[in-house]
Design a binder for this molecule. Structure first.
Ligand SMILES: N[C@@H](Cc1c[nH]cn1)C(=O)NCC(=O)O
Length: 463
């Protein structure tokens, strides 16, 4: 008799989410170590900010290629491959004698990181029911945010106590451990083998009996044991043959729902990314005039707020599937409105307005997860990795452009270095976000209308 294992989907998800948290730890491992990195490699602030930029460019640039590989090799291989790249990257970072090798290390970490998130998103629909997916996706994002907490204070402490090499070798060791765990637990879908099982050439009973939570439970029915699986020819999902990269991209982009997902991901998360990744502390300290501890206290609000948003938005977007895009739009309009109030406030914004900004702005990250739900509803299954990668490029491209433009506008005003920072210059610089919100919101309205028409024409209903 076959036994359903209702826990297995949660175990697979737990390990996949842990792999994503490790990717975030790797991604943000330099964020609290700026001064230590400058001292270790003897570099200035511009060279230090290059580390963050290179890693982001590699991450964003690899999303589509990784998506294509994901459709071909599956989530397990991509998550484990990404994990191994990050382990190598952090080992190189630990032992690098000079800055050029450290840059190579950041490229490897960015590449490994790029493989992780979309592969985790791709594995979820194989194990969970459609109704559960928004909540499980948001919980995944939330666990990733928790990874960010680990990489800030504890890593800085480890490096200050044990030294640079031990700190980074420690991250590499943690990554290796999670990769080993992943090779024992991760399966692309129910019935698939783990990497460890593929290596030894034997499938365990747990893998054979695995069920997705989307499969209705079998009650009161005794099932016959399945015939030996080695005797059954493996049925593969038909692949779309003869389609090269550009034809696939064209086919995908012809679907208005995929374009809608792209713009949803483009519009909501960049404000928080820009603030947390680079410009938040300079604005609060050099522009508003807060002390560094007050600024870091305010910045830590963003993590709490983002986690709270993840908890709220999962069930809400699952309950209101037809309205999920408008939930995202509402959040973007709210955070853009608070930002515009800060920019238009005469002089320094009051503390209550800054707190409001740092509570509302991080909702954009979890709100952008709605884009992956929209993409899943509209992307053909054999393009799922490609579609997820393409959509994930959007928010990161917007974030990169806004980071660069803010720096450029500060420079143009002669306020490009800490001694020249001023509130007025920052207000002008942060105003570059406004055209990005306007573009994104306009495209969402246009593509939402086209998607509605397309669905009526094709007789489709949202899932
Ligand atoms: N929008 C983020 C995820 C997120 C969830 N909660 C806050 N942020 C996203 O798209 N992430 C991709 C990644 O690789 O982290």
């Amino acid at each position: 008799m076959r036994t359903a294992r209702p826990l297995l989907p949660w175990v697979v998800w737990g390990v996949a989410a842990l792999a994503y948290a490790v990717a975030i730890i790797n991604r943000s491992s330099l964020s609290a170590l700026g001064p230590a990195a400058q001292e270790h490699f003897g570099i200035d602030a511009t060279a230090l900010s290059m580390f963050a930029m290179i890693q982001l460019v590699v991450y964003a640039g690899l999303q589509v290629p990784v998506g294509v590989l994901l459709d071909r090799f599956g989530s397990t291989n991509m998550i484990l491959g990404g994990g191994v790249l990050m382990v190598i990257g952090q080992t190189v970072m630990a032992l690098a004698p000079d800055v050029s090798l450290a840059i190579l290390a950041r490229v490897l970490v960015g590449a490994g990181d790029a493989c992780t998130f979309i592969s985790v998103m791709r594995i979820l629909p194989e194990w969970f029911a459609v109704r559960q997916l928004p909540t499980v996706s948001q919980l995944t994002g939330l666990i990733g945010q928790a990874g960010q907490l680990v990489s800030v204070a504890p890593l800085a402490l480890l490096v200050s106590v044990a030294g640079w090499a031990s700190g980074f070798l420690g991250i590499a060791a943690a990554g290796l451990l999670v990769a080993l765990l992943g090779s024992l637990v991760l399966r692309n879908r129910p019935g698939d083998s783990t990497l460890a099982e593929r290596i030894i050439g034997r499938q365990s009973r747990t893998s054979r009996d695995a069920r997705s939570l989307a499969t209705p439970p079998v009650t009161g029915v005794v099932e016959m044991a399945p015939p030996a699986t080695e005797m059954i020819p493996v049925m593969k999902e038909p692949r779309v043959r003869g389609l090269g990269f550009w034809s696939r991209a064209r086919r995908l982009l012809r679907i208005p729902g995929v374009r809608l997902a792209y713009w949803v991901h483009f519009t909501s998360p960049f404000a928080a990314n820009v603030f947390i990744l680079l410009w938040g502390t300079p604005f609060l300290v050099g522009g508003v005039g807060l002390s560094p501890p007050a600024a870091s206290g305010l910045l830590s609000l963003t993590v709490v707020s983002s986690m709270l948003a993840g908890l709220l938005l999962g069930p809400i977007s699952s309950r209101f599937v037809e309205r999920r895009v408008w939930i995202n739009v509402g959040i973007t309009v709210a955070l853009a409105t608070v930002w515009i109030a800060v920019l238009l406030w005469p002089g320094a914004p009051p503390m209550w307005l800054l707190v409001l900004l740092l509570v509302v702005m991080p909702f954009g990250g979890p709100a952008s997860m709605i884009a992956f739900e929209v993409a899943r509803s509209h992307t053909p299954r054999s393009f799922a990795g490609f579609g997820t990668g393409l959509v994930n490029t959007a928010g990161f491209t917007a974030s990169l452009l806004v980071i660069l433009l803010i720096g450029l506008v500060l420079d143009l005003q002669g306020a490009g270095s800490p001694e020249d920072y001023s509130l007025g210059a920052f207000k002008v610089a942060f105003a570059v976000q406004v055209p990005f919100w306007l573009l994104g919101l306009t495209m969402i309205v246009i593509e939402a209308r086209r998607t509605k028409g397309w669905m009526q024409e094709h007789g489709r209903r949202l899932r």
